[in-house]
Design a protein around this ligand. Structure first.
Ligand code: SF4
Length: 212
């Protein structure tokens, strides 16, 4: 990414951090724009911030983040090698009995927020997008995406050369015993497949980012 694009990316981030395009702006603590290397060929996209992410302004923190970091590490990568963000930039939550809990975003909230992600991807121009969870895959790969049947498969995409989906770390954490180990192994495997696809895709065209 050249300096002009980097400055556009920073400008985009500043504008997103002040966004009031949907009602989630009223309950958020922080906008979670994304983090990592905007000059990467591999972007990971989740559904939206949860409690820890809202509190810190960072995507995938807490136990889910640690699981994701470990899966990246087992593939020889860290957050410095990828860019991590979400479809939604603010936490969708409801207050019940004085406590906030996560809820599904409404279609209107998702539609209001998607242009931020589209602009991020337009500047990053990734070769491969890895959707974390079925919700991101439904939006970015195809509407009827079935995570149980289609995770780990590559799709041609108009937002990157290829898109693939993996299980969401939060889903993996809800599994126990062998089911947890199996689900965790698929995340490591799918990140590895995405990394190898980047290497393949780079051979298809000569001018690409140089991190891999
Ligand atoms: S969720 Fe997206 S559209 Fe809604 S206020 Fe936050 S940044 Fe803006």
């Amino acid at each position: 990414m050249d300096s002009q694009k980097l400055s556009q990316f920073e400008d985009l981030k500043k504008r997103a951090q002040n966004c009031t395009k949907c009602p989630l702006s009223e309950t958020r603590s922080n906008v979670v724009f994304g983090e990592g290397n905007p000059d990467t060929p591999l972007v990971l996209v989740g559904e939206g911030p949860g409690e820890n992410e809202d509190a810190t302004g960072r995507p995938f923190v807490g136990r889910g983040g640690a699981l994701l970091d470990q899966a990246l590490k087992e593939n020889g990568m860290s957050r410095k090698h990828v860019y991590i963000c979400n479809i939604l930039k603010c936490r969708a939550c409801v207050t019940e009995f004085g406590k906030r809990r996560n809820r599904q975003p409404t279609p209107e909230e998702t539609a209001a927020c998607l242009p931020w992600l589209e602009q991020q991807l337009e500047l990053i121009k990734p070769l491969v997008i890895l959707c974390l969870g079925g919700v991101a895959a439904n939006i970015l790969i195809h509407r009827d995406f079935r995570i149980s049947q289609e995770r780990g498969k590559f799709f041609e995409s108009n937002i990157a050369r290829y898109a693939i989906a993996a299980l969401h770390p939060a889903y993996i954490l809800r599994q126990e015993g062998e089911a947890f180990e199996r689900a965790r192994a698929t995340l490591v495997e799918d990140i590895g497949a995405a990394r190898r696809k980047v290497i393949e895709a780079k051979k298809e065209t000569p001018v690409q980012p140089t991190l891999f």
